[in-house]
Design a protein around this ligand. Sequence first.
Ligand SMILES: Cc1cc2nc3c(=O)[nH]c(=O)nc-3n(C[C@H](O)[C@H](O)[C@H](O)COP(=O)(O)OP(=O)(O)OC[C@H]3O[C@@H](n4cnc5c(N)ncnc54)[C@H](O)[C@@H]3O)c2cc1C
Length: 333
Amino acid sequence: MIRINAFSLLHHNTFGIDAQARQYIEYASEEELTAILPALAGERFFHIGEGSNLLFTQDYDGIMLHSGLRGIQLLEETDADVVVRVGAGERFDDLIAWSVRLGWSGIENLSHIPGEAGAAAVQNIGAYGVEVKDVIERVHAVDLQSGERRTFSNADCHYAYRQSIFKQELRGRYAVTYVDLRLSKTFTPHLDYGNVRASLPEGAELTPHLVRQVITAIRREKLPEPGEVGSAGSFFMNPVVSEQTFRTLQASYPAMPHYATAGGVKIPAGWMIDQCGWKGQTLGRAGVHAKQALVLINCGGATGAEVVALSDRIRADVKQRFGVDIHPEVNIL
Ligand SMILES: Cc1cc2nc3c(=O)[nH]c(=O)nc-3n(C[C@H](O)[C@H](O)[C@H](O)COP(=O)(O)OP(=O)(O)OC[C@H]3O[C@@H](n4cnc5c(N)ncnc54)[C@H](O)[C@@H]3O)c2cc1C
């Protein structure tokens, strides 16, 4: 177990915000986790992953809990697929690298998304037409109040776009310990999102490894590289509006991109932010990424409050121009 007081979070959040936690505890096993639970009673605490979807607006006066549960284990294998168990503290991208090396598929489109496996299951990460929920079999977790271990089936997790029971009804209640995923031995490529298909090298054999390489290259080109430019990826969620609201908006903005969903019409927040003229602009030391208006960046030394001030200005402008509320996807602490 690692326990550090006055812990600097600077290298523990991809936004590169210089904040401090009163204490940091990293546990190396489920037993260590249950052993520290009594110390959490009555304390403020937060379970952190790699900090790639967080924005610290102040020092954290409490305990930052982190999983040191690592490893990938093969649980089942048939001619068609495998089920693997991954420790919550394992980097999800390392799991993908391992999976494609073995020729297994299902998660290659999620390549180069920062973060750990536990958080991937909490966040239901998604990219290029694939969400991690598509391959999750079970999520194992420990109740941070009672210490009880519980296994959630995929259905129990109530997955939706960037949502799960762990972000809603059970927010902050469970530490995810292990995630079981089903990977396929037969490759069904998903190439029709973004410019994946167009970026494939001509004549090359289509493999999960190739798709991973292509998507990684696209993301490196389009998004700020963690460690080089501070960000948390997409800062806002794409809003879903009613069919009627969409028709009214479309009459004024015929070029407005949109996608039909079960709950209404989804409009890319990045497009609206771009229309408001924010792409590439800065406010203080926070800015809007020049290549993707959905991404807010730390231009160097920004505080969390500066990023929130920029976010508030953008939200107000989008509301004024389109009458649509956009909300941060990022956890603001
Ligand atoms: C450049 C960039 C690009 C990105 N692109 C994408 C993308 O394409 N698609 C996408 O979906 N996301 C994307 N993200 C967002 C981010 O990578 C994901 O949300 C990721 O899953 C966060 O993982 P993390 O380990 O950093 O979690 P953190 O940010 O540390 O935490 C996220 C949430 O998970 C919870 N959590 C973490 N670990 C555990 C655990 N073991 N048990 C219980 N709760 C836990 C935290 O409490 C918090 O609520 C991007 C981020 C960046 C910086």
